[in-house]
Design a protein around this ligand. Structure first.
Ligand code: ZN
Length: 412
């Protein structure tokens, strides 16, 4: 099959005017000018998308589809800890069927906004076998042992068993304030022996900073109240603490680099001190960073230090986070929110944060996130007028996506 469009944005060289791609089964086999592709593959069926830009499907690097049904249910709270209490209260009202419905609705919405791959954290891995994901999905089991750290290994092993049916899987020790060092360690052990990715939330809020650095604040009080061992608090920043906990043998003052074979997707990283930056520069941990602009704004977190992290050559991706702290699952809206925060970053670089960068973070830079030979045929098309640059138009696109393809299957 040949697909022709006014412009093909490959994310691998300049956009191709009057471009086309050839597809065989679930893969892209060629891309170039329509005149060349139609000659090379003459006799193939041609799908002409007309005045549209054809681009790689978008990749959401951090999401919790579990909470799609909580959209608009949690008004902005005074503190991050109050939000944690509020979402915990909402979660107690959800049945397994509610979760399945919520996740399925989230998938439909993500797809409608042009997302073809998602890194989805779920607190209910036991339900994954009941769900037919309509887009490419990395299922991360979100793990918490704060109420019972003696069960760390058991919790991790059970989740791995529950995710057996998933094509791509990962483990998400929730955050250093809810997951024990043993739980992180067990997750890393599994990631070394199996094709399993790791993700976690780190240095998200000012309250997490107060908890680890100063041993005070609302998050500190809340976790102490529920029985967490707080002896790791009052010593250093969340990042420094995390590196020492998972860096095997490091101490908060002299942490080693994380020794993981695979990318470690780090969500948020909003709270970074000057000494943290210095530490990140020296220890070069294998962090792939996910920034969620609209969830960040919802919580009024400290400014994300994009330029500094980019300077340190970290791979930075975009995510929507969950609808318990966001309005919808559109990565286009995230790109626009990012552009508002960082107007000097080019629209092309912003689009990379929703295509190439997350493909690398998910360990699939050779098949995902761009249009090229042997890449998965995961594509979207959006109308363009060419009144401005094509990248500017893509970032500015604010409608549902009417044409997409996942693994060579058209969804219109
Ligand atoms: Zn999250």
């Amino acid at each position: 099959m040949i697909i022709r469009a006014r412009v093909v944005v490959t994310m691998d060289g300049p956009p191709i005017e009057n471009g086309a791609i050839a597809i065989s089964a679930d893969r892209i086999v060629d891309a170039g000018k329509f005149s060349e592709i139609s000659k090379r593959y003459s006799g193939e069926e041609v799908v002409d998308l007309g005045e549209q830009a054809l681009l790689p499907g978008l990749i959401n690097a951090h999401c919790h589809l579990d909470y799609t049904c909580l959209r608009g249910r949690i008004p902005r709270q005074k503190s991050f800890t109050d939000w944690v209490r509020a979402i915990n209260a909402e979660k107690t009202k959800l049945s397994p069927d509610d979760y399945v419905r919520s996740i399925n609705e989230g998938f439909v919405e993500a797809k409608r906004f042009g997302t073809t791959t998602i890194a989805n954290l779920t607190a209910v891995p036991e339900l994954v076998s009941r769900i037919q994901a309509p887009i490419r999905t990395w299922w991360f089991a979100e793990l918490i042992d704060v109420r019972d750290p003696t069960r760390a290994n058991e919790i991790v092993d059970l989740a791995v068993e529950q995710l057996k049916s998933a094509e791509h899987l990962g483990l998400a020790p929730h955050a250093p304030f809810t997951a024990s060092a043993n739980l992180y360690r067990r997750c890393e052990e599994i990631a070394r022996s199996k094709e399993v990715l790791l993700t976690t939330h780190l240095a998200e809020s000012r309250e997490e900073m107060s908890m680890f650095r100063d041993a005070n604040g609302p998050l500190y009080e809340f976790l102490k109240e529920i029985g967490r061992d707080m002896s790791d608090c009052g010593r250093s920043t969340p990042i420094r603490n995390f590196l020492s906990a998972v860096g095997r043998g490091g101490s908060p003052n002299r942490p080693r680099a994380i020794e993981v074979n695979r990318p470690y997707l780090i969500a948020h990283l909003n709270e970074i001190s000057q000494s943290d930056l210095e530490l990140l520069r020296k220890s070069k941990p294998n962090f792939q960073i996910v920034y969620c602009p609209r969830s960040h704004a919802y919580f009024s977190h400290s400014a994300f230090q994009f330029e500094k992290l980019r300077e340190l050559r970290f791979n930075i991706c975009l995510g929507t986070d969950s609808l318990a702290s966001n309005d919808d699952l559109s990565l286009f809206a995230e790109m626009r929110a990012f552009q508002k925060d960082f107007p000097d970053v080019s629209p092309e670089e912003i689009l990379r944060m929703a295509t190439l960068n997350p493909a690398l973070a998910l360990g699939k830079p050779h098949v995902l996130g761009r249009i090229g030979k042997n890449y998965w045929a995961d594509l979207i098309a959006i109308p363009v007028t060419r009144s401005t640059s094509v990248f500017e138009e893509i970032v500015g696109f604010d409608q549902p996506v009417r044409w997409s393809m996942i693994g060579g299957q058209i969804w219109a």
